[in-house]
Ligand binder design. Structure first.
Ligand code: C5P
Length: 208
C-alpha cells in the first residue's frame, strides 16, 4: 500500500522535526519542500531572476549551506508568491509524493495542492511566541546574532505573506488534522503524530 503523509503549517511549528521522525518511523523518504523555495530564493539574492532560478534549480543549490538564514527565508517567501515559480517546482514535488510506497512531505501546500490525495494530512501549528522562541534558539545555536523580537516579526511577516498569496496559500486542507505543538515537547508531538497515522491507516511504525 502507498502511504503519503502531507504536513503543512507555519514556520517553526515543528513540521520539520515531526516529518523527519515520521519518515524514520514508517521507513519513508522525506522531502522538505521549504528547502526548494529557499534554494530558489537564495539564488535571487545573487541577482538571478526568480523564474530562471526555479527552472534551473540543481541539487547543488539544494545542498548550499546557508539556506537556513532569516534572509534566505524571506527571499523564499517572496519567490513562493510568484505563481510561475510555484508551477515550475510542482512536478518534482508531485512525483516525489506519489512514489511507490509513499513519502512524507512538509511545506505549506502539500495537503491542498501537491498531494490532495495523501492518506494522512497534518496541519502543524503553535503560538507565535512559542514558534519565535524555538526559531530564535535554533538560530543562536547555529551562530546567528539575532534578537527574539526580530525573529517574531520575521515569522509574522512571512506567515502573513504565505497565507495571503493568491497562489497555493498556506491553509489547512479540509481533511487535515491540526496538531498544536505549543505545549508539547518533541517526543510528545512525534508520538501524537505517529498515533494519528496508525489510527487513520492501520499501518504501524517499522521503527521508533
Ligand atoms: O518551510 P520553510 O520555512 O523552510 O519554507 C520557506 C518558505 O518557502 C516559506 O515561508 C514559504 O513561503 C515557502 N514555501 C511554500 N510552499 C511550500 C514550502 C515552502 O510556499 N510547500
Amino acid at each position: 500500500m502507498r502511504l503519503t503523509i502531507a504536513i503543512d503549517g507555519p514556520a517553526a511549528a515543528g513540521k520539520g522535526t515531526i516529518s523527519r521522525a515520521l519518515a524514520q518511523a514508517f521507513g519513508l523518504p522525506h522531502l522538505d519542500t521549504g528547502l526548494i523555495y529557499r534554494a530558489t530564493g537564495r539564488r535571487t539574492l545573487d541577482g538571478t531572476d526568480a523564474m530562471e532560478a526555479a527552472r534551473t534549480l540543481s541539487s547543488d543549490d539544494l545542498a548550499a549551506d546557508d539556506l537556513r538564514t532569516p534572509e534566505v527565508a524571506r527571499a523564499a517567501s517572496v519567490v513562493a508568491a510568484i505563481p510561475d515559480v510555484r508551477a515550475a517546482l510542482v512536478d518534482f514535488q508531485r512525483a516525489f509524493a506519489r512514489r511507490q510506497g509513499g513519502a512524507v512531505l512538509d511545506g505549506r501546500d502539500i495537503g491542498t495542492v501537491i498531494c490532495p490525495e495523501a492518506e494522512v494530512k497534518f496541519f502543524v501549528t503553535a503560538s507565535d511566541d512559542v514558534r519565535a522562541q524555538r526559531r530564535h534558539k535554533e538560530l543562536v545555536e547555529t551562530g546567528h546574532d539575532v534578537e527574539l523580537a526580530d525573529v517574531l516579526a520575521d515569522l509574522r511577516e512571512r506567515d502573513a505573506r504565505d497565507s495571503a498569496r493568491a497562489s497555493a496559500p498556506m491553509i489547512a486542507a479540509p481533511d487535515a488534522i491540526t496538531l498544536d505543538t505549543s505545549h508539547m515537547d518533541i517526543d510528545a508531538a512525534v508520538q501524537a503524530a505517529i498515533d494519528i497515522v496508525v489510527d487513520k491507516t492501520g499501518v504501524h511504525p517499522t521503527a521508533e
